[in-house]
Design a protein around this ligand. Sequence first.
Ligand code: DGJ
Length: 379
Amino acid sequence: MYKYILLLIFSLLFYNCSTTKPYTKFKTAEKWLDNNKVHINAHGGGFLIYNKTYYWYGEHKISGEKGNKAMVGVRIYSSKDLYNWKNEGVALQMIKNTSSKLQIGSIVERPKVIYNKKTNKFVMWFHHELKDQAYKAALTGVAVSDNITGPFEYINSFRIHANQLPINLLQKDFDSILPINENQKLTKQIRIEQAKLGQLFKRDFENGQMSRDMTLFVDDDETAYHITASEENQTLLISKLTDDYLSLTNDYIRIFPGQRNEAPAIFKRKGKYFMFTSGLTGWNPNPGKLAIADKLMGNWTFLGNPCRGTKEEMATTFWSQSTYVIPVIGKKDAFIFAADRWRPKNPIDGRYVWLPVQFENDIPFLELFPHWDLSIFKN
Ligand code: DGJ
């Protein structure tokens, strides 16, 4: 009898350890386990919907203080319901050869993937910094694959728009920009002024503009756009991609000079474009921002902080930084604000803050829900 009781206890214990119930809700900033019961490792993520499945691309981080360097590459997960994610492996692998810009130990951040219907290719863009050069290089990188899960083939990383003026800067205005006064002591305020006056833009005109935090957006007509923090992160650039999505065209605009935006995440609802961004405080959170435009390449207007809640929640965007806005399959005008709660001392343990985008008078806002599910979206 004693033997049977022991056996029963062991089987119950084993059953409890080996089966985990599928998730049926989002649990803000808690550990989020994949199909292998490992915390999802896809930070600064980008999402792609394809064949009624969600794909999540993100930075594979490592434990410890150096964990923000790209030692592995861009990881990919898939999901049918947004709660439960299957590890699909490494979509873009870092390269061992030290002559490659994409060598192990360089920095790869905020990967985004879009699907090109004409070429039937998946195209990935990401923020890329060269090995041992901290954030100096400020490049955008591009890779391509025939398969959604990769392997993506690395094409190149580069500065953008060398010797090209944006469509919203006239030649005569560009000509009148004075060079940076190198004798000035560099402060935050001076950087802001340099961007507002166009001096950072002019400094990088010949060698190409900086590209750091970035995202992609595909419009209803399949035109794709690259949106990036430039000019020492003081200004945003929005550029039209070529038809194959593999290059930037000369069609681009420069917006919010001197307004220090990172982490752009764009979505479209009822014909309006919305963009969540963050401020500029390294890995520390700061107040979120929201902007609106009638045309992606048109005039953007800031609407303020989209967060509602306590002072601290508003000052930190719920302790997170935006990365993407995910449209929900089968629900009309339903979007999820996806953000990262960085853990710079142990980046692999970074958490995910996903919140429903709510609307009041057609203007988005965000509130903290510790636990929530898709039934919040009514349509
Ligand atoms: C904030 C950016 O949004 C991140 O992607 C990363 O580049 C950190 N800064 C680095 O400090």
